[in-house]
Design a protein around this ligand. Structure first.
Ligand code: GDP
Ligand code: GDP
Length: 455
């Protein structure tokens, strides 16, 4: 609530958008007819036709947007299965289990007027194993007279049985208060829920640095034959490669293999291709030649990656050409040359011999993880608070800008907005950026900090 008051002073409030935010998921589980769908209707606050009148209709999990106390979440309704099927208990528990797998919290709905049945028992067993926060909803407590029925459900061991009436709304507010208290800010199962498919990698670097060799070495016997995509013809410019059991999509491999030579003007087209590849990639591997000094073209390519906002890994190739006793000196030179991108993971490889090629995947994963990191607002603000208390902005002309509030506005890459009472000096912004990295890491990802100055 305090946050809202602070934010209200800013014109650009709407700039705080959640780009790839995945709200936490609440699974509503329980056997048929206990009132799950009715309760879901109540929670999502819409008179949406969730309740099916037609019996025998099999419904899959359905997701609905909901919000309580200003906190967004997603409701997974697991209701509506066929009745009278053999092995119903097992089937219901099985369906519920799939929903619970990706849920951040569970509302277990029981019909308080009926009590615990054998089907309920199957769900109870599954829920005990799941180790998730569970809110027990004792439903159909339409009035005072059924309160005692609800109390009888204490014995399940899921804590307080919230007496509710999905139909009339009675008790729903208390249940929701407790539910949102249990929820993280964002879903812990984001990756699974967004089902992204293979991660997309662009290998970039100047001609002859070894892009095509690296690709051939990685792909080699591992070129993924993806038959499950039958009927779809994948763009042949890209290639799917299985590395350690995980499939990666390498962008514009056709362009890399075409071996464009340094004819006049080709640099321009090479730049266009690189840019186009970066557009479609999530992470870039910048290939550099270890024994060669950093060239203007290398610098330009790194700048293109930075401009693209993609995650980045630096790979120093042709390490096999280096003499043992030159290696330490070279590492020091590289440290200096790459100071401005010291956050990028660095690997030394030989595309020709395959030496250290197994280091690529861990580096890519680190970079992608950082690229998708979201720092909870509370954690971010306590970090900023402590930092600013210890190192306040210098006073200039009798004024000292203050940071009132910080928020992460997006991921891929992480972007932060500082709400301030005046402009922060570039040096002070750099200081904050460095400390953010020191504290939270972000290895392999660019991060961006912008300010919103209160009028
Ligand atoms: P689901 O199969 O678990 O999704 O259950 P439904 O939401 O379809 O509800 C099953 C039946 O119970 C419907 O006839 C509802 O009207 C009724 N019902 C649901 N919640 C309540 C409640 O709080 N009180 C009463 N009396 N009936 C309810
Ligand atoms: P691209 O233009 O970036 O695709 O570069 P290529 O993969 O075609 O490589 C250019 C030249 O460098 C070829 O002659 C490769 O054999 C050679 N090369 C690539 N990687 C290595 C390496 O790790 N060690 C050595 N010694 N030569 C390499």
């Amino acid at each position: 609530e305090d946050d809202h008051q602070i934010l209200a002073g800013f014109e650009d409030e709407e700039a705080v958008e959640e780009v790839s935010f995945v709200p936490p998921v609440v699974a509503i589980v329980g056997r048929p007819n206990v009132g799950k769908s009715t309760l879901v209707n109540r929670i999502i606050g819409r008179r949406q036709a969730v309740v099916e009148d037609v019996s025998g209709v099999t419904r899959d999990r359905v997701f609905y947007d909901a919000e309580w106390n200003g906190k967004p979440f997603t409701v997974a309704d697991t209701g509506g299965w066929e009745y009278g099927v053999k092995g119903l208990d097992a089937k219901v528990a099985d369906q519920a289990e799939r929903a619970v797998d990706v849920a951040d919290a569970v509302v277990f709905v029981v019909d308080a007027t009926v009590g615990i049945t054998a089907t309920d028992e199957a769900i109870v067993t599954m829920l005990r194993k799941a180790r998730k926060p569970i809110i027990l909803a004792a439903n159909k407590v339409d009035g005072q007279s059924q309160e005692a029925d609800a109390a009888g459900l204490w014995g399940l061991g899921f804590g307080y049985p919230y007496p509710v009436s999905g139909l009339h709304g009675r008790g729903a507010a208390d249940l929701l208060d407790s539910l949102v208290d249990e929820l993280p800010e964002e879903s812990a199962y984001k990756d699974v829920l967004t089902a992204q498919g293979p991660r997309r990698v662009a290998i970039v670097g100047r001609p002859n640095v070894g892009k095509s060799s690296l690709l051939n070495n990685l792909a080699g016997a591992n070129r993924a034959v993806v038959d499950e995509l039958a009927g779809t013809t994948r763009d042949p410019v890209d290639e799917l490669v299985d590395l350690d059991g995980q499939i990666w999509e390498f962008i514009d491999t056709a362009g890399i293999r075409r071996r464009q030579h340094m004819a006049s003007g080709s640099d321009y087209y090479a730049s266009l291709r690189t840019r186009a590849a970066l557009d479609r990639a999530e992470v870039a591997v910048v290939l550099l030649e270890a024994s060669q000094p950093l060239s203007e073209q290398d610098v330009r390519i790194i700048q293109m990656v930075l401009d693209s906002g993609r995650a980045m890994v630096l790979a120093f190739n042709k390490w096999d050409l280096l003499h043992e006793d030159r290696r330490d000196d070279l590492e020091r030179e590289i440290d200096l040359d790459f100071q401005h991108v010291a956050w990028a993971p660095r690997i030394n490889i030989s595309a020709k011999t395959g030496w250290h090629k197994n280091r690529l995947v861990p580096a890519l994963e680190t970079a992608l993880d950082s690229w998708e990191t979201r720092i909870p607002t509370g954690q971010l603000n306590s970090f900023i608070g402590e930092l600013v208390a210890a190192h306040p902005h210098p006073v200039r002309g009798g004024k000292q800008p203050r940071i009132l509030f910080a928020t992460q506005s997006s991921t891929r890459p992480p972007k932060f907005i500082l709400f301030t009472t005046g402009f922060l000096e570039p040096g002070y912004r750099r200081f904050i950026t460095n400390r953010l990295r020191q504290y939270f890491g972000f290895q392999g990802s660019p991060i961006e900090i912008t300010m919103r100055v209160r009028e």
